[in-house]
Design a protein around this ligand. Sequence first.
Ligand code: PHE
Length: 444
Amino acid sequence: MSPEAGREHWGSRLGFILAAVGSAVGLGNMWRFSYLTAENGGAAFVILYVAVTLVVGLPVLLAEFAIGRGSGRSPIGALAHFGGRAWTPLGWIFVATGFLILAYYSVIAGWTVRYAVTAAAQGFGPDAGAFFGRVESGWDAVAWHAGFMLATVAIVAGGVKAGIERAAVVLMPLLFLMVVALAIYAATLAGSDGGYDFYLAADFGEILDWGVLQAAAGQAFFSLSLGMGAMLTYASYLSEHEHLPNESLFVALTDFAVAFIAGLAVFPMIFALGLQGEVMESTGGTLFITLPGAFSDMGAAGRVVGLVFFAALVVAALTSAISLLEVVVASAMDGLGWARRRAAVILGSVIAAMGVAAALSPKVLDVMDKTASNLLLPGGGLMLALFVGWVMRDPMAEVRRGAEGVRWFVLWRWLLRVPVPVVLAVVLWQSVPALWQTVLGLFG
Ligand code: PHE
């Protein structure tokens, strides 16, 4: 089998890279990264996170690129192509994960749209907690979620080149500028030093904690969009002999850079306004409660800063949501022969309907997030590492195309064979009991 002749392709190498970066850079970089850093000891967590990204995340990212480009298929077909029919169930799990993540991701994205509109229209009031309470769940949340899904469907329906690539090429540079501008602004605030100290001075006692490793690994997978075939699917639209090792390194470093710079905006702003006490208490609320509180205290400037901040989040979320929907849509196109538009509209509607549960109940949203990021993504990554490390015949030949002369492939395959599965198995071992508790909490 050779990659299908009629398959869509990226218009340029830059288009592919920006789309992959767009998938990686999302709510994870700003929402999850900031609260996990706050929860897990600041700089110590950041250092561990970088290490896990390089040792565990990067090899799996390259594995997804290799399977995707080599097969020219979406996950189910790609795994069958290299591993035989026995591997199709893993592909099905990937597609199911796409449904699940997008369903709640779009709800949170809906909050960010509403926050951006609020910042522009009237600014945040003094009681940010009460505002979040109104935004977080209920029929309003359903409506904003539905609107966000509509935009996602519209872009994916446009196709790989005219929809996804075009959106990424316009939106990603814009996002980068906004995040950098925010970090620069934060540096001008009096009293921001405490934020840098907290963010950049490590408390190494925390690094040795298993819980911190689990958080770092979960975050690395979520942030790099790994373990459910998003990167695999994007790589399936590569026609040329790209230098996959370089591309994967670039995507991983850019993803980290955006998260890091976002932290340089978030923590100094929070400390400058004396709100650090609230960060520790409200985990997910750092972004949606503490920061709007800071914007409200900033007065007129806060309106602009708030708008830029939440607009950046909307952009980041949109390019990630696109990649989640694309996994599902591409699978229906490859597997069922559906036309792109039909797949985008029908499957997007199913996902939007699933998301209603998350928009009406924060507990359901939490269970969906934990199931995906603590179980399905690391589990998917574990299976992918074993697949490329032990099952796929000659994966080296696959990455070597376009990257002749690179010598560290042997190391890559070894990482996939032993260290990556071991780390991921430990992470899963740790997270399954906690996940079970969360699920029980739904009924308790
Ligand atoms: N990487 C995205 C983020 O950081 C989330 C995502 C996960 C996107 C899995 C696609 C697949 O927000």
